[in-house]
Structure formats: structure tokens, C-alpha cells
Design a protein around this ligand. Structure first.
Ligand SMILES: C[S@@+](CC[C@H](N)C(=O)[O-])C[C@H]1O[C@@H](n2cnc3c(N)ncnc32)[C@H](O)[C@@H]1O
Length: 274
């Protein structure tokens, strides 16, 4: 596997995913029931934007650095702005928090977080980062294979599925995982991230997801950074939100619109599948 998230940390796609994740965490923590978050593809958890990888790609410059420079970010982006500022102790932005950092920070007493990362070196960094957190278990294992087995009884479940999509079967395995999670807990909420290259791939994925999720409601959020003319490029990103909390459509629309706002030819749209 070649994928290293350090090249992409803090890019437009991370902003969409992490702003949505923070909103979901807040919504799902409203009731008294304990929340279990399962993150199938965790990465290392915290990224150095001054590092070689981030500087070489320049993706954070166009993403989080631009967001942090905004005088008045959209209200739906504010929780992410606050989290990034906190990760940097209120100073200059040079660290970007990944999903493990954001989720661990949000846990209440009684909540639990299971995070998978298959690459040993990335998992080593993740495990060091989470070492002091008693409610967090890191697993150096395949998240697609292991997630359902970690689901705790009696908790609400939020499952983040964020594969690299280097392998064609990441789409099919995401659908199979959604079916497995819903089989254990039909009320579980899943957030699946996917790249947006061409409409055919998205269309097939959404149809397979509908089949896998049976009658569970699904929202598809698209942040297109440019028209989908070149399928060899990542032209945007999509989120599939299964069992969305109330109000999700408007919030996802605002998040996608905020992220594509400065992209020439950009477009944001959120629609219910099925
Ligand atoms: C897109 S990154 C995750 C980013 C992270 N979720 C975040 O938002 O900060 C995908 C990660 O999944 C890891 N990975 C790839 N295949 C995996 C699998 N089957 N199970 C667990 N981790 C995997 C990669 O090593 C990589 O670190």
C-alpha cells in the first residue's frame, strides 16, 4: 500500500469530512446513551503541515490554511476551525488533527472509541498519540474486517469509513461493512467518505450502498471542486451518511458549499438516495 495521508491532511476533502464528523458527534451525544465511535481507517491522527509530504503536495495550503485565514468562516465550519486552533494551542497553524484526534477530544465519560489502522508505522504514531486515553482502543488491523466485531451492546454507534480508495474493492467493502453494521444495530449512523472522480463510479457506489443498507435512509453530499470532466483526477469528494440525524441535509449542504466556495466551477449538492 502506497497511501500516506500526510500528503493530503487538511485538504478540501478533509475539511468536508471533518466538519461533518464534528457535527455528527455533537448530534449523537445529545441523548444520555453512551456513544461508541468506530473509525475503520484512522491514519496517524495528527499531521505536521511543515513536513515534507504536506509541503510537496501543497494540498493543506488550499484547504485548512485558507480556512484558518478566513475572517468569518461559515458557521458550520466553526467547530473545525476551533479544533484546529486547539490542536495548535491557539498559535500558528502547523498541525492538522485527523479523525482520531477529533473524535478522542469529543468523547464524554462513558463514550468509547475504537480505531483501526493497518499500516504498522502509521499505527505506531496513532497508538503513541492515544496512549493516555483510557476510552480509546487502537487496532493495527484491517478495519473492514474488524469493525463489526468491536461493536458494543447498549451503545449508540457512529462508524466512520474513510478508506484510501487505492483499491477498487474499497467501494464494495464499504457497502459490505455498512450491511454488517446495520445488521448488528439498525439505528447505527455511518459516514462513508469517497473520492469524486466521475459520475458513473459514484452512481454505481450509491446503488450498491442502497442495496446493502436495505431501507435505511442515506444522504449523499457532493463537494465538486470542478466539473467532472477528467475521471483521472479527484474532482471533488462525496460523503454517504446512513441514518442521518435530523437537520443533516442542511448542515452538509452548508459545509460542502463553504468548502467549494472559492473553487472555479465548484458545486455543492446534497440529496437523499433511494
Ligand atoms: C484516508 S486515510 C485516513 C484518514 C483519517 N480517517 C482522518 O480522517 O484523519 C486512510 C488510512 O487507512 C489506512 N488503511 C488502508 N487500508 C486499511 C484497512 N483495510 N484497514 C485499516 N486501515 C487501512 C491507510 O494506511 C491510511 O492511513
Amino acid at each position: 500500500m502506497n497511501y500516506r495521508h500526510a500528503f493530503h491532511a487538511g485538504n478540501f476533502a478533509d475539511l468536508v469530512k471533518h466538519a461533518a464528523l464534528l457535527w455528527l458527534l455533537a448530534q449523537m451525544q445529545r441523548g444520555g446513551a453512551p456513544l461508541q465511535v468506530i473509525d475503520t481507517h484512522g491514519g496517524s491522527g495528527l499531521y505536521d503541515l511543515r513536513g515534507t509530504e504536506a509541503r510537496r503536495s501543497g494540498e493543506a495550503e488550499a484547504g485548512v490554511m485558507r480556512l484558518m485565514a478566513q475572517a468569518e468562516p461559515a458557521a458550520e465550519m466553526t467547530p473545525l476551525v476551533q479544533a484546529v486552533a486547539e490542536a495548535n494551542s491557539g498559535g500558528e497553524t502547523w498541525l492538522y488533527p485527523g479523525s482520531p484526534w477529533l473524535i478522542a477530544r469529543a468523547l464524554r465519560p462513558g463514550d468509547r472509541y475504537d480505531v483501526f489502522e493497518m499500516q504498522p508505522d502509521e499505527h505506531g504514531q496513532l497508538s503513541d498519540l492515544m496512549a493516555e486515553r483510557k476510552a480509546v482502543a487502537t487496532h493495527c488491523a484491517d478495519g473492514f474486517a474488524g469493525a463489526v466485531g468491536q461493536m458494543a451492546r447498549g451503545a449508540r454507534h457512529l462508524v466512520l469509513v474513510d478508506p484510501p480508495f487505492e483499491r477498487a474493492d474499497d467501494y464494495g467493502r464499504s457497502c459490505d461493512l455498512a450491511a454488517g453494521v446495520l445488521d448488528q444495530d439498525p439505528a447505527a449512523t455511518l459516514l462513508i467518505w469517497a473520492p469524486l472522480k466521475d459520475l458513473h463510479t459514484l452512481d454505481v457506489f450509491v446503488r450498491d450502498l442502497e442495496d446493502a443498507c436495505d431501507l435505511a435512509p442515506i444522504l449523499i453530499a457532493e463537494a465538486r471542486m470542478r466539473p467532472l470532466e477528467d475521471p483521472m483526477k479527484m474532482n471533488g469528494c462525496a460523503l454517504a451518511l446512513i441514518n442521518p440525524p435530523d437537520g443533516a441535509q442542511a448542515v452538509l449542504q452548508a459545509i460542502c458549499a463553504a468548502v467549494v466556495a472559492e473553487a472555479v466551477g465548484g458545486k455543492a449538492q446534497v440529496w437523499p438516495a433511494g
